[in-house]
Write a protein that binds this ligand. Structure first.
Ligand SMILES: [Zn+2]
Length: 380
């Protein structure tokens, strides 16, 4: 009888845990067993039907153990090795883990040859083998953006967004921008503000994105450099960009990290192709990154950049940061659940705009997929 494993599957307009046939790796392919997988804002948008990613099994953040390897797979990926998979292939758009290739929310995942041969499977040290590993990829994305912004030596960093990326950004910023940088965290809702006041980060100014919040931004010094990180979902990025452009004075650099619909146009930058600028940097390439200086219709100059995916180097830097400062980030993992509980929560998230699960605000959902003792012996 063919082996099978459990997976969280999106099918027939619902989300459930189903049995799937377990693939056997061919040459240069790997079979891995995810230990932890995280659910991110992009995943929630997929669940809500706001994106058209085809895979029925999502999940692109987390760690896994190699179960078996086809011939030709490098020695360092021997069965038993703890790995993370870089979800973004720089040159092969047919590999985007958990978007167009079955992702990590299942007990076994086949990693195709293209990803293995491109070095997208990274061995990790055992210390990240906890739920904290679900922050590896989002932290890598944030550090990528903050490093680009740091080149402009900003006096102030304004982070828009109170999802996991925004919260990671205000925690990672001091290390990369220095202690003298003023950090302003713009929140989408009062509930988000409440969460932050219960989980304060030293020296971060928390501001609600309303008329008063916009006024706060307009009162920042006019003769300073300001960096903006847009850590926003697809349907909020343009609004936050406009708030930044309307209110911030001084020399402005903006990272379009958040989602953008393919036809997004800002009324203040009618001739600027924002999605193209965002897509210009992919998985850490080119280096140095593409940055574009444009003028708004009112004549203000602004430097824009964006990026998708990360390089392996970003992932190993993020692993080092999580190893060094786990407590800086641990509180962001608000829910740790099993595969079955994950399917239940994903159904709830798909059906509402709310982020309250079990009476608590969800920041990061970590799914524990396989208790380690199930993997001993390594058999697929
Ligand atoms: Zn993600």
């Amino acid at each position: 009888m063919r082996a099978s494993h459990r997976a969280v599957v999106r099918a027939n307009r619902t989300i459930s845990v189903l049995k799937r046939p377990t693939p056997i790796p061919n040459d240069y392919e790997l079979l891995v067993a995810p230990l932890y997988a995280g659910l991110c804002g992009t995943d929630i948008q997929i669940l809500r039907g706001l994106r058209s990613d085809p895979t029925p099994i999502i999940g692109h953040e987390g760690v896994a153990r190699v179960v078996s390897a086809g011939s030709g797979v490098p020695e360092r990926l021997t069965p038993g090795t703890l790995v993370c998979i870089n979800p973004t292939h720089r040159d092969d758009p047919s590999f985007l883990l958990g978007h167009n290739v079955d992702g990590l929310l299942q007990e076994r995942v086949l990693i195709p040859r293209s990803a293995v041969c491109n070095g997208l499977v990274l061995p990790l040290c055992e210390i990240v083998n906890t739920e904290i590993s679900t922050l590896l990829e989002p932290l890598a994305v944030v550090q990528y953006g903050l490093r680009l912004l740091a080149e402009h030596r900003p006096h102030t960093l304004v982070v828009f967004g109170d999802g996991v990326i925004g919260h990671i950004a205000v925690r990672a910023a001091v290390e990369l921008l220095g202690v003298t940088t003023r950090i302003v965290h713009m929140h989408h809702t009062k509930r988000g503000m409440d969460w932050s006041s219960n989980h304060p980060v030293p020296a971060v100014h928390c501001v609600l994105h309303d008329t008063k919040g916009a006024q706060f931004l307009s009162e920042l010094p006019a003769d300073e450099r300001v960096a903006v990180l847009l850590a926003t979902p697809r349907d909020a990025t343009l609004l936050c960009l406009d708030t930044a452009l309307h209110n911030l004075r001084g020399e402005l650099v903006i990272d379009l990290l958040g989602g953008l619909s393919p036809d997004a146009v800002s009324p203040l930058l009618p001739d600027v192709n924002l999605p193209q600028i965002r897509a210009a940097n992919c998985a850490g390439s080119p280096n140095p990154a593409v940055q574009v200086t444009v003028s708004t219709i009112t004549g203000t100059k602004v430097c824009l950049m964006g990026h998708r995916g990360v390089a392996n180097k970003h992932l190993s830097d993020a692993a080092a940061e999580l190893t060094k400062h786990p407590l800086r980030y641990r509180e962001l993992i608000t829910h740790v659940v099993s595969l079955d509980e994950a399917a239940n929560i994903m159904r709830q998230l798909a059906a509402s705009r709310d982020r309250v699960i079990d009476d608590r605000r969800l920041i990061k959902l970590a799914v524990q997929i396989a208790p380690e003792h199930n993997l001993v012996g390594g058999a697929g």
